[in-house]
Write a protein that binds this ligand. Structure first.
Ligand code: MF3
Ligand code: CO
Length: 269
């Protein structure tokens, strides 16, 4: 094995490491729960970001994206045709918007990475269906995870389902290994063929984070160097969980403590 291949090899973690990932994953998920009640028409994405940042800090974590490759925010907030890496700012949410809030936290050195879709007021039927399909794609990808399956099996489960629903998966961004490192080997593409790619083994930690476009799969990056949008300006949706491969399947580290999955979320209280 070359030096480079060795550094990129997929880490196998211990039982104790699962406890670290559970703590980090649960803080990411609790933050995404907390922000739900704030997602309303009129709030800016910078305000949502600040609320997430303060919650993470007040609960013993650090946002992993702060300072990552020069990124200066705790979250990425991607509205409507923004596919991912939307930068929080002065944009105010409007009735009918759909948005993804993506948050990664570090707790005791472990990374918990998760994102969910949110809806502002009443949204369109197509937006609703896109969100449902993105959520189901993530859950089907996670459902393919067990020892002996491959990374390609995950991508295949997501792509086959999404295309049967007449939407498209994004090729330009992938899920990833994580653990003590934010973005580690392997890449976890949102597409694939059964049996392709590295074999999954107990102790691997991965994210599953399908991006689903209502139109063509193509994206472009805006001049800010971050914001990825659909080239055809169609709507895009994404969900993300962090998981660990177990002897029998996988454990989802970022399940919502409040049992929130996808919109519509029940009123808080
Ligand atoms: N959280 C994203 C992911 O799911 C990556 C965001 S890039 C960052 O992997 F710079 F904002 F951190
Ligand atoms: Co991720």
């Amino acid at each position: 094995m070359t030096d480079r291949a060795y550094r990129r090899s997929i880490k196998l973690h211990s039982f104790e490491d699962f406890a670290g990932m559970r703590a980090a994953g649960q803080l990411a998920a609790a933050t995404l729960d907390m922000i739900t009640a704030h997602v309303r028409a009129g709030i800016t994405t910078a305000e949502l970001d600040r609320l997430c940042h303060e919650f993470v800090r007040d609960h013993g974590g650090t946002p992993a994206s702060l300072g990552y490759r020069g990124y200066a925010h705790a979250t990425c907030i991607s509205i409507n045709h923004v596919v991912c890496h939307g930068i929080p700012g002065e944009r105010r949410l409007m009735e009918g918007d759909i948005l993804n809030i993506d948050l990664a936290v570090i707790v005791d050195g472990w990374h918990g990475d998760s994102s969910r879709m949110y809806a502002v007021g009443k949204i369109g039927r197509r937006a609703e269906r896109l969100i449902d399909v993105a959520y189901e794609a993530m859950m089907r990808g996670i459902g393919a995870i067990r020892p002996g399956a491959t990374v390609g099996d995950i991508g295949f489960a997501m792509q086959a389902y999404v295309e049967a629903e007449r939407f498209n998966v994004v090729r330009d961004f992938c899920g990833h290994g994580l653990g003590r490192v934010y973005h580690d080997a392997p890449d976890v593409p949102n597409y694939g063929r059964p049996g392709d790619g590295p074999e999954l083994r107990p102790g691997m930690f991965l994210t599953v984070e399908p991006m689903v476009n209502a139109g063509r799969p193509d994206v472009k990056i805006l001049n800010d160097g971050w914001t990825a949008v659909t080239r055809d300006r169609s709507l895009s949706a994404q969900f993300e969980h962090s998981v660990g491969v177990t002897e029998t399947g996988c454990e989802i580290f970022t399940l919502s403590p409040a049992n929130l999955t996808k919109p519509p979320y029940p009123p808080a209280g």
